[in-house]
Design a protein around this ligand. Structure first.
Ligand code: HEM
Length: 457
């Protein structure tokens, strides 16, 4: 078992947990606001299909929320089992931020979720709408605190080290640390895009099965319009995020760009195979000077190369590839969402082939999201808290064999749960398609959609 490095295993285990966990809050954050949109449209217009859309998507929200909570709990256990040095060194910062998340966000969303799921008919329509609003606010507040902590780990400010422990000197500087605004906005928009493609994909799936009621159309249009609106903003925010990272974590940018030598007029490497052994790229295809331009907004701006950082740089290949997958999926999202909007506006409906593309992209948000997350987190290595604490310093003394056994168990569990989640989402879509009493006609504001007995158009 000595062949395995316990620190590497502990990192893989935490990454496994994070990979699984992050999928679900990413959906619940934006889905909360989409549900509020459906609900307020229903209240404002009295059109029953908005409530039908609400009732379909609220089931997926509940399932997603539950998986997010459960996977979040195992993650927090790992702070203790795998990374005791983290809380010992920076617990004065991390502890309160995690507690604020539970107190101001989790309690709010968890309480209001009950009213949102089971309250309709038991409380007034207004209270039900307010509960939906508070759930959306709660999920977003959660993101605020978690990203404050995560951003602080990348760009720590507002503290001093006394006897090897971080002590806060300014909570304002801790929370609003230099990378926080970019990270929070990039992540919230990523959540919006993930939900937009989920809405569009599942609605397109139902549409292809001839379930073409107004509720399905509402989901489809909401999805493609939301995606078409958000993706250009995401690209601009992503660019600003990169410029900020160049200032604070230049080694991460060097790995993302595959730039080994410090240089002016650095090229944008479109394709290459980064080789750590020779510290160079093989089979490189690059556009001269472009990386300098988008990173420094000057064609001859200086970009530091990986060699500049000695041993204190992340592994290049995974960061380099993950960055290209994120940007590639982002560009695909741009093309598909704009084409879908164009087809719905100019040709009244999307073509079946494009609907199939949307189905294939149902979970495209997750692919971009995880790639972005890997860029960020692998790109932080070898640091856990940049410039303060390395992953190796924070790791526990648990033997490699123990970590390996639990890692295998986690992997088996998460793969099973993930397959089950995706199957249940499509199962709910199929069930809704088969249900012949779905409501599509307008103007039955207060009738429960499942008992009106109206048929699809
Ligand atoms: C297409 C243009 C895009 C650009 C230029 C871009 C840029 C970036 C950069 C520079 C980072 C790393 C920042 C750091 O760690 O310091 C990043 C991280 C990330 N990206 Fe993107 N991105 C793009 C598209 C997307 C899309 C489409 C998604 C998801 C739908 C996405 C989700 C993420 C996530 C979740 C992270 C990690 C969160 C964080 O910043 O801490 N990105 N992106």
């Amino acid at each position: 078992m000595e062949t395995f490095d316990p620190v590497v295993l502990a990192r893989i285990q935490f990454a496994t947990n994070m990979t699984f966990h992050i999928l679900f809050p990413t959906i619940s954050i934006a889905m909360g606001w989409v549900l509020l949109f459906f609900k307020t449209r229903f209240v404002a217009t009295g059109q029953a299909h908005w409530m039908a859309a609400y009732q379909f998507w609220v089931k997926i929200f509940a399932l997603t929320f539950a998986l997010g909570v459960v996977s979040g709990i195992t993650m927090s256990f790992q702070f203790g089992t795998n990374w005791p040095g983290f809380m010992t060194t920076v617990g004065n910062v991390a502890g309160p931020l995690l507690a604020y998340e539970v107190l101001t966000a989790f309690f709010l969303e968890a309480t209001m979720l009950g009213i949102m799921l089971f309250g309709r008919g038991r409380v007034s329509e207004r209270v039900h709408t307010i509960a939906t609003l508070l759930v959306a606010v709660g999920t977003t507040m959660s993101a605020f605190w978690i990203l404050a902590l995560n951003s602080w780990m990348h760009t720590p400010t507002g503290f001093e080290m006394i006897n090897g422990q971080a002590h806060v000197t300014s909570w304002f500087e801790v929370i609003f640390n230099p990378s926080f605004p970019y990270r929070l906005s990039h992540m919230l928009i990523a959540s919006g895009l993930t939900v937009a493609f989920l809405l569009a994909g599942i609605s397109a799936f139902r549409w292809l099965k001839n379930d073409r009621g107004a509720d399905v159309n509402a989901g489809l249009r909401t999805g493609i319009y939301l995606a078409a609106f958000l993706i250009p903003i995401q690209i601009v925010v992503g660019d600003m995020h990169g410029v900020n990272t160049l200032k604070h974590q230049p080694a991460k940018i060097a790995a993302m760009e595959g730039i080994w030598e410090t240089q002016r007029g650095a090229p944008a490497v479109l394709f290459a195979i980064p080789d750590a052994a020779t510290q160079s790229n093989k089979y490189e295809i690059a556009i001269p000077k472009l990386a300098s331009f988008y990173l420094t907004h000057d064609w001859n701006g200086e970009v530091k190369g990986i060699k500049e950082f000695g041993d204190l740089h992340p592994p290049v290949a995974p960061v380099f590839w993950a960055f290209r997958v994120m940007v590639g999926v982002g560009l695909l999202m741009l093309a598909v969402s704009w084409l879908s909007v164009w087809q719905t506006r100019k040709q009244q409906a999307i073509r079946p082939w494009l609907a199939r593309v949307l189905v294939a992209m149902t979970f495209a948000g997750w692919v971009a999201l995880l790639s972005g997350w890997y860029v960020t987190e692998i790109g932080r290595q070898p640091w856990l808290v940049h410039g303060v604490l390395t992953a190796a310093q924070a790791a526990s003394k648990v033997p490699a064999s123990n970590i390996l056994i639990t890692l295998v168990v986690y992997l088996a569990l998460y793969v099973t749960l993930l397959i089950s989640y995706i199957s249940v989402v499509f199962h709910l879509a199929k069930k809704a398609t088969l249900k012949d009493d779905a409501v599509t006609t307008e103007g039955v504001a207060n009738a429960h959609p499942e008992v009106t007995g109206e048929k699809h158009a």
